[in-house]
Ligand binder design. Structure first.
Ligand code: GDP
Ligand code: ZN
Length: 311
């Protein structure tokens, strides 16, 4: 039975890429994956089997392979159903800039914690380095040191001046990626550089809903010229709003989690408790103060404004 990857889905019709061919497929009415109640049984990025019935112009999907991860959005109505925005993501690129616009570390850390919750590895991309003066460059290097130590690979580029694009291309090769970041950081510019054929309009990628014009856009998977793919999804906004259980937020800050095992109390929240190994590590500088600050900001959920600005 042929196997392919879903590259686009609109209503009941799914486009499935198999080798160099694209097939229109639909799915039996009550096809559901066990365990999740979702509005869409098939999502962009899914690997599916379909009946190769050459008599029919629309093929039938018979199986959805187990997803290695997925991004989900809860519906706002009361049905309690969720919508799967994209599945089988190998990595996310978090694009940030230190100027025009300035990405906050709280925004970065919320995204990183959400990605941890979704089990999606993240590469941090510092863009617009052509605009950085010495003090911004040293600020960037400090951030790179902090995030590399935690385990997040970092890369600095200029999408406009085409600096370090080859390195980014190498990271994207043969992988399925999503690109996230504040509006204006250069996501569309970089896609246009890497895959000129896609001809995305500047400002069109991922955050087009911000303009209020395209509120019903669907996710779509684009193949890249030198292998690999990018899923463009308006749903990345949901990334910032994972509902964290307060007691578990630190699980998604890898360096806090590592120190937490030495806290005196097994249920330490690393806020006011005595003999907290996390707070000691913040004092000694082993955990960065800005990371701990982001942890607190998620804990107290006082970052509404970042969320609204960002997505
Ligand atoms: P998006 O909202 O993340 O898709 O950002 P865009 O790709 O639309 O870029 C926003 C603006 O930043 C555009 O005017 C780009 O020309 C500009 N821009 C993107 N990358 C760079 C860069 O590396 N350096 C400079 N100076 N400007 C850039
Ligand atoms: Zn603690």
């Amino acid at each position: 039975m042929p196997q392919g990857q879903v590259i686009k889905t609109t209503g009941n019709l799914h486009l499935v890429k198999c080798g160099d061919e694209i097939f229109e497929c639909n799915i039996k009415g009550n096809f559901r994956i066990k365990g999740i109640k979702t509005t869409n049984p098939v999502a962009v990025g899914d690997i599916v089997d379909f009946l190769d019935d050459t008599e029919k112009s629309v093929r039938l999907i018979t199986k959805i392979h187990e997803r290695k991860n997925y991004i989900i959005r809860k519906s706002i109505n009361l049905s309690r159903q969720a919508h799967i925005i994209a599945a089988n993501i190998d990595q996310a690129f978090l694009m940030v800039t230190l100027i025009l616009p300035e990405t906050s570390t709280v925004f970065m850390d919320r995204f990183l914690a959400s990605a941890e919750a979704y089990r999606i590895p993240v590469v941090i991309v510092f863009n617009k380095i052509d605009l950085y003066n010495e003090s911004l460059l040293s600020e960037m290097n400090e951030l790179i040191a902090i995030y590399t130590k935690i385990g997040y690979p970092c890369i600095s580029i200029s999408a406009e001046r085409k600096i370090n694009i080859d390195a980014l291309n190498d990271l994207m090769k043969d992988k399925t990626s999503v690109i996230a970041g504040n509006s204006g950081v250069g996501k569309s510019t970089i896609i246009n550089t890497i895959a000129p054929d896609l001809k995305l309009k500047t400002g069109e990628l991922s955050d087009h809903h911000l303009s209020g014009k395209h509120t019903t856009t669907f996710s779509e998977l684009f193949s890249l010229p030198n292998g690999g793919a990018i899923i463009d999804t308006p749903g990345l906004r949901a990334f910032g709003v994972v509902d964290f259980d307060k007691n578990e937020i630190y699980h998604f800050f890898p360096e806090l989690f590592a120190f937490a095992k030495d806290c005196q109390f097994y249920n330490c929240k690393h806020i006011t408790e005595p003999r907290c190994a996390v707070k000691s590590a913040v004092k000694s500088g082993e955990i960065s103060a800005s990371r701990y600050n982001s942890y607190l900001s998620i804990f107290y959920d006082d970052d509404e404004k970042y969320r609204k600005e960002s997505y």
